[in-house]
Ligand binder design. Structure first.
Ligand SMILES: Nc1ncnc2c1ncn2[C@@H]1O[C@H](COP(=O)(O)OP(=O)(O)OP(=O)(O)O)[C@@H](O)[C@H]1O
Length: 231
């Protein structure tokens, strides 16, 4: 579903990503850990087609990502650290707008279903997004991904700045998405959450994927130890 094959990204002499090889199947959540500048966002940006690879391939559903063609966009959704939607529109209106943009038209009931799926309280549906918390905005971002019927989700630092309750709600949503067969690539600094939601943990160091471990093999303390030894 999601594959990097000998993927490289250089800026002049600087190698931001070195020979990345990884595969993420349906129902897999791959959590990428690593220090600032390790190459996590570069990896996501290559899959999203925001930047061109220097060499190698990023593939989504077997199709090579080509920034100028955008053929893989229909399969994916991106949930950035801060979900920026239209603050003066409600979540229902934002969801309707972005669904139409992706070529889907839904009834109000169907839009409400997506928002309920991600755990947004129904009394917020008609309220302007400007008053939403970070966690609520994130839920709307994930609802848009569901409405778009995206197979693959990319998330950058999804739990950064979320309080423990919102992080817990996020974990519940991710487990549900995994059961639905989504493939998720997530960059995070949150070791505890990576163990909680990940099926595979990757640790990056200076542009290289230094470790790739099944999440079930580690608890948070083991992972923290390995992380600190790696970076
Ligand atoms: N446009 C660019 N020009 C030059 N160097 C860049 C550019 N974009 C990224 N880099 C460099 O590539 C390296 C990897 O950056 P990247 O953003 O992927 O790191 P990261 O692991 O996501 O870090 P963080 O945890 O801070 O988000 C960094 O050293 C960064 O400075």
């Amino acid at each position: 579903m999601l594959q990097a094959v000998d993927l490289n990204k250089s800026y002049g002499q600087y190698h931001a990503l070195k020979n990345l090889n990884l595969t993420i199947q349906r129902g897999e959540i791959f959590c990428l850990l690593g220090q600032n500048g390790a190459g996590k966002t570069t990896t996501i940006n290559l899959f999203l087609g925001f930047i061109n690879a220097t060499s190698g391939e990023a593939r989504i559903n077997g199709i090579v990502v080509k920034p100028e063609q955008q053929t893989t966009n229909k399969f994916l959704a991106y949930i950035p650290e801060v979900v920026n939607l239209y603050g003066n529109l409600s979540s229902l209106e934002n969801l309707d707008f972005f669904s139409r943009l992706a070529g889907f038209r839904y009834s109000k009931k169907e839009l409400e279903f997506f928002l309920t799926e991600v755990g947004l309280q129904s009394d917020a549906f008609d309220k302007r997004l400007a008053g939403y918390s970070k966690g609520m905005r994130q839920k709307v971002g994930i609802a848009i991904a569901l409405a778009k019927n995206a197979d693959v989700l990319f998330m950058d630092e999804p739990t950064s700045g979320l309080d423990p309750k919102a992080t817990n709600e996020f974990t519940t949503i991710i487990h549900k998405l995994r059961e639905e067969g989504k493939a998720i690539l997530m960059a995070t600094h949150d070791i505890f959450n990576a163990v909680n939601v990940g099926t595979t943990i990757g640790i990056m160091r200076q542009g290289e994927l230094a470790h790739q471990i099944p999440a079930g093999d580690l608890n948070a303390i083991d992972l923290q130890k390995l992380y600190l030894e790696t970076i």
